[in-house]
Write a protein that binds this ligand. Structure first.
Ligand SMILES: Cc1cc2nc3c(=O)[nH]c(=O)nc-3n(C[C@H](O)[C@H](O)[C@H](O)COP(=O)(O)O)c2cc1C
Length: 367
């Protein structure tokens, strides 16, 4: 059934090419090669993505080749209208596959499809990149188990400062990608960012289009989260499931000022112990930039994980134009070629809950 659906989705131009590996010798070759790719996916499926949408699907062609597709039904037209953050997520996913392959003595290269942004109108799976594996003697610089350990922490942080040596190491990684990573622990600046993020989040959620899109990705019961294996589980967001459900599906109940104030206080309280915020600036104008930025973000996040350091992205401040202007003015205008594209709080916390993921079987396109 999967195969029929997939072939139906493939455009006419690519159907002949897609058929070959799915039939006869090609099919046998793909089946034999699947365990290796499945092993790499067992790591990459833990890659983060905006709202945990996990837009990826993988079709194994041979032991050395696979096609990475994205599912247009898993995109965010209102909260990521240019697709830049979803593409960065796909870049993070490729980076995880690459790191997982290195441990097996394999170098992974990706040949990107040419479209400048993801298609929101397409109805079937769309090719994102063709992946190739080749033997290499380059050792893995990072332990691939970090991919499975990494998590977003929306918990309280514990006020601890981030050692300068760790900050320098992270900034040096950013510099190798041509980006600048700036940290601040100046209390006035940290408060400014936390307040701006809270205000922006609630302003964004007043927009019916944004709220409706987000509502389709919130998972407000344990059973729903475990069954769907994607999206934003209330447990990971630090909100009681019932409250989150009512907020998204009965927003009229939250219009009064006093309820808003209480919600704002709950959210502010969840940021307790945050002493450091950081932002990344660098090329973020084109699809290849977004893929590279994703690879960088994955490297940084894994290096932080190695130091037991957690982060929590503040995406709304970047995507909401009014908030972005306030933020840019505060940090000092950067050249247009080096916009700030990621803002996070970071620090040390208890171990956060693990968000669900689709299984390898869900991601693999079966012949
Ligand atoms: C590009 C990008 C932007 C993100 N923006 C936000 C954000 O604005 N707020 C937030 O709480 N989490 C954000 N996240 C974190 C994801 O929601 C998270 O990675 C996903 O739910 C999976 O959870 P995990 O990181 O704990 O595995 C972002 C992740 C990525 C990759």
């Amino acid at each position: 059934m999967h195969r029929r659906k997939f072939l139906h989705r493939a455009s006419l131009g690519t159907a002949a090419a897609l058929l070959a590996p799915l039939l006869g010798v090609g099919r046998a070759r793909a089946a034999e090669a699947a365990p290796l790719w499945a092993e790499l996916l067992e790591y990459a499926r833990w890659s983060p993505s905006p709202h945990n949408v996990q837009p990826w699907k993988l079709q194994v062609v041979s032991a050395t080749e696979a096609r990475l597709y994205y599912d247009p039904a898993r995109l965010l037209p209102h909260t990521d209208p240019t697709s830049r953050f979803t593409v960065a997520g796909l870049g993070m996913f490729i980076e995880c596959l690459r790191l997982a392959a290195l441990t097996r003595g394999l170098a992974l290269s990706a040949q990107q499809a040419a479209e400048p942004r993801l298609s929101y109108s397409a109805t079937g799976l769309q090719l994102f990149a063709t992946l190739h594996l080749a033997p290499t003697t380059t050792p893995a610089a990072l332990d691939r188990e970090l991919i499975r350990q990494r998590k977003t922490s929306r918990l309280h942080y514990d006020n601890r400062e981030i050692p300068l040596a760790v900050q320098h190491r992270l900034s040096a990684i950013a510099a190798t990608y041509g980006h600048t990573l700036t940290f601040t622990n100046e209390p006035a600046m940290v408060s400014f960012i936390l307040d701006l993020n809270r205000e922006t989040l609630f302003t964004d959620l007043d927009d019916p289009a944004v709220r409706t899109e987000l509502a389709s990705w919130v998972r407000t019961s344990d059973q729903q989260a475990a069954t769907q294996k994607d999206g934003l589980w209330s447990h990971c967001m630090g909100f009681p499931g019932r409250l989150m459900h009512n907020f998204f599906f009965h927003s009229e109940r939250f219009r009064s000022a006093w309820k808003r104030r209480i919600l704002g206080k709950v959210y502010t309280h969840s940021m307790h112990g945050t002493t450091t915020v950081a932002w990344l600036q660098g090329p973020f104008g084109t699809r290849p930039d977004w893929v590279q930025a994703g690879a960088l973000l994955q490297q940084l996040w894994l290096e932080m994980t190695r130091h037991n350091l957690y982060l929590h992205p503040f995406g709304s401040v970047i995507t909401n134009p009014a908030a972005y202007t306030k933020f840019s003015q505060r940090i000092g205008q950067a050249p247009a070629t080096e916009p700030a594209w990621l803002l996070v709080r970071l620090g040390y916390s208890q171990e956060p809950p693990r968000s669900y993921r689709l299984t390898v079987n869900d991601i693999l396109l079966h012949a």
